[in-house]
Design a protein around this ligand. Structure first.
Ligand SMILES: Nc1ncnc2c1ncn2[C@@H]1O[C@H](COP(=O)(O)OP(=O)(O)OP(=O)(O)O)[C@@H](O)[C@H]1O
Ligand SMILES: [Mg+2]
Length: 279
């Protein structure tokens, strides 16, 4: 008779590598070549995201925020430099099963119009083709409710949803495989102020409950101040400054001046004064 196999040791450091930083970007260069000439989007860009924090990236349009998120996700390869995500090179993230490590809410990421809400949420799990349909359905229902949608929304088609519901369903899809890292590209863009506030409250509670690391690109100052532990400003092709809102606002730069100290910025920072940044 064969001896029973030895039980594997309880979680070893090798099985569950614990790295202090969720994301490390070092000396990143992104250059797009075209017949009109080279466009340098990132030049020697460094960025570190600690585990468990919500780091927001702000910057003018076209400064390379979406490109940076796509590189962190492993969908695009930088021209030069190193990106490490959860202890591994980002290039390995674009492979099968990556959704269990990083969830992404794309800037213009719509739901699949031919699928209902539950089918959309379940999609990454179905793609794996390893789990029974009933289990996938149950997992999708849990996520549906986690993002504040109700069971009766499950069979609705995307065309019957409000903008806020679409964002919530897309967030549930990003979280379906319980990734420890969530990337959000303009999650509240196009939402009315009430829906945007509701969405940022949801982000705060998910961040607390799931102990997620969140990297968010946003132009929405209210969401930025309500959710971020730190802010990184992308300008002049690199990360100009990273810190709390107060630290960032103390940095002299035309973009920061315009973004935080313009009328819109003054209103948002007054409204959230004292309760803004999560320690
Ligand atoms: N595949 C590509 N080929 C050539 N240029 C590209 C490509 N992808 C992005 N770019 C250029 O890189 C720059 C940065 O684009 P990106 O989408 O990251 O900007 P962004 O900071 O997200 O802007 P926004 O705030 O408007 O969303 C833009 O000038 C864009 O045209
Ligand atoms: Mg963008």
């Amino acid at each position: 008779m064969n001896a029973p196999p030895e039980a594997p040791p309880a979680a070893t450091p090798a099985a569950t590598p614990t790295v202090a930083n969720a994301v490390e970007v070092e000396k990143l260069w992104t250059v797009f070549r075209s017949p009109q000439g080279d466009a340098v989007v990132h030049r020697d860009l460094d960025l570190t995201v600690a585990r468990g924090e919500t780091l927001s990236i702000v910057g003018g349009s076209g400064t390379g925020k979406t490109v940076l998120l796509r590189q962190i996700l492993g969908l695009e390869t930088p021209t030069r430099g190193r990106i490490t995500v959860l202890g591994q090179p980002a290039a390995l993230m674009g492979t099968r099963g990556a959704a269990s490590r990083v969830g992404m809410l794309f800037q213009h990421g719509a739901l699949f119009s031919a699928f209902n809400v539950l089918e959309n949420i379940a999609f990454p799990l179905r793609e794996l083709r390893t789990l029974p349909a009933a289990l996938i359905r149950d997992a999708a229902l849990v996520k549906l409710q986690m993002v504040g949608l109700s069971a009766k929304d499950a069979t609705k088609m995307p065309s019957d949803l409000s903008g806020g519901m679409i964002k919530r369903a897309a967030l549930a899809r990003a979280l379906i495989m319980d990734p420890p890292l969530l990337l959000l590209d303009e999650p509240t863009a196009g939402l009315d102020p009430e829906s945007a506030d509701g969405f940022s409250e949801l982000l705060c509670s998910l961040h607390r409950e799931l102990k997620l690391t969140v990297v968010m690109v946003t132009h929405d100052l209210d969401t930025l101040l309500a959710t971020s532990s730190r802010i990184a400003v992308l300008a002049d092709q690199h990360v100009l400054v990273t810190g709390t809102a107060q630290e960032v606002m103390a940095t002299p730069h035309p973009f920061i001046e315009h973004f935080f100290h313009g009328a819109r910025g003054r209103r948002a920072t007054e409204l959230t004064a004292g309760s803004a940044i999560i320690p």
